[in-house]
Design a protein around this ligand. Structure first.
Ligand SMILES: NC(=O)c1ccc[n+]([C@@H]2O[C@H](COP(=O)([O-])OP(=O)(O)OC[C@H]3O[C@@H](n4cnc5c(N)ncnc54)[C@H](O)[C@@H]3O)[C@@H](O)[C@H]2O)c1
Length: 415
């Protein structure tokens, strides 16, 4: 990879070192790199001073989106230049492990996009590196900060449905064709499974709502629609917003799919958590609508969300009756009307406060690892005749490190 430093690294390093606050780099200037723009809003004095992307078109996006930043073509050049205290990693999933390990080893605090890694060994390597170097690690499970999840969690914490016993999630990924089947996301070697790329959010939320982690998992699924589309093309140089359209309907009429499409477009998994809670998650990438529906059943009621952004509602039924469309109690969902910009800002704030002040976090790397464990083992199960798998434990010293570094309760740091 050629050297593509737009600014004199020495000058930039000196400037970064002299600046008050925190000098931050964005690694991977693709569609998701816009979260780098939350840095200065999230924490006074923090700013993006460098961007790394291995492609020229990515570096050009970096120049446009972060005009004051130094641009690099390779992570090692950034590290060698010095002066960076934190990095936001928004590269494809299969690169997360190596990039995170390199940054952590260099003492640069890491905001790593989910999923933590594309398999359990990779996830454990990242956590072990963070524990052994002591460098702060944070994984961007922004959904914990979304209005719908906060509302559901608060209902449970107030005891309105009693003790949680079952969590069922239906995930209608209406944008799936555009989001996941037209670039690297469709390729198992880059994502492992959409049970990580997409479901790691929801598995984490299941764990959060149930206050437990998956111990045993089984999966079923198939590639049912997109595998039959033969119109394929390499979209290198484009990013998802350039091809996204609600007019791409019905799903079988989609064109320009990624040359490799070998991830499932329907995936289902069932989980037994360490506290006995029973959970299931279903994901379909060719529905007309795009949202997630959670049902949480406790010993004294159940809740269910309708819509997962502002305008939606979480309904609670906690009296005995037959079918009733209205909840016995209903809570409006706060936040943005679409997407998750509000949760993204809260997530970035949490990361920067953790790095600068050592503040505890709601999103722990252990939880991110447990989401990878459940999702990757569910995919292994569905690809091998639905055999059940048991999640292995993390080494004790890694668990102990993160139990000190993140919020001890209600987050669980050991099984
Ligand atoms: N938390 C969320 O809500 C959320 C939403 C969207 C995406 N994401 C995550 O963000 C990550 C990026 O997704 P995206 O849609 O932006 O992908 P993308 O393909 O649009 O962008 C990836 C960028 O990384 C660059 N890149 C690839 N390998 C690199 C390397 N080794 N070093 C530096 N740059 C490299 C590519 O050139 C590209 O510019 C994924 O892991 C995804 O799961 C999270």
């Amino acid at each position: 990879m050629h050297n593509d430093v737009d600014h004199d690294p020495m000058t930039d390093t000196t400037a970064a070192a002299a600046a008050p606050g925190l000098s931050v780099a964005v690694i991977g200037a693709g569609a998701r790199s816009y979260i780098g723009r939350h840095v200065s809003a999230a924490r006074e004095g923090a700013r993006v001073v460098a961007v790394v992307d291995t492609t020229e078109i990515g570096r050009e996006r970096g120049r446009q989106n972060f005009p004051d930043a130094a641009i690099y073509g390779d992570l090692s050049e950034l590290i060698a230049a010095g002066g960076i205290q934190a990095a936001i990693v928004t590269t494809p999933d299969h690169t997360h492990e190596a990039i995170a390990v390199e940054l952590l080893t260099a003492g640069i605090a890491v905001y790593l996009e989910k999923p933590l890694a594309i398999d359990l060994q990779g996830a454990d390597r990242v956590l072990t590196t963070a524990a052994e170097t002591g460098t702060p690690l944070y994984v961007g499970h922004n959904m914990r900060h979304s209005g719908v999840v906060r509302t559901m969690r608060e209902i449970i914490e107030r005891g309105e449905i009693g003790e949680v016993k079952a969590v069922w999630v239906r995930h209608f990924v209406g944008n799936g064709g555009d989001y996941y089947f037209k670039d690297w996301h469709a390729d198992r070697s880059k994502t492992g499974t959409l049970l990580l790329q997409k479901a790691s959010h929801d598995i984490d939320v299941v764990h959060y709502l149930a206050s437990g982690y998956t111990r045993r998992v089984v999966g079923m699924g198939d590639l049912m629609v997109y595998g039959g589309i033969t119109d394929r093309r390499d979209r290198s140089g484009e990013t998802m917003p350039e091809w996204f359209s609600f007019d791409n309907w019905p799903p079988a009429s989609q064109t320009g799919l990624n040359p490799v499409v070998d991830v499932e477009d329907v995936s289902m998994m069932m989980m037994t958590l360490d506290n006995g809670v029973q959970a299931s998650y279903q994901q379909c990438h060719f529905t007309p609508d795009y949202w997630r529906n959670y049902t949480v059943i406790g010993t004294e009621g159940r809740l269910e969300n309708f819509g997962d952004t502002a305008g939606g509602v979480v309904k609670v039924w906690n009296r005995r009756h037959e079918w009733q469309a209205d909840g016995d109690v209903e809570y409006p969902i706060e936040g943005v009307a679409s997407g998750h910009a509000d949760a993204d800002l809260l997530t970035m704030t949490e990361f920067l406060d953790h790095v600068i002040d050592g503040a505890p976090t709601v999103v722990s790397p252990i939880a991110a690892r447990e989401a990878v464990a459940a999702g990757s083992l569910a995919a292994e199960s569905l690809r091998s005749g639905s055999v059940p798998f048991t999640v292995p434990d993390l080494p004790d010293h890694v668990l102990e490190h993160f139990s000190r570094a993140t919020t001890p309760a209600p987050e669980r740091t050991s099984r």
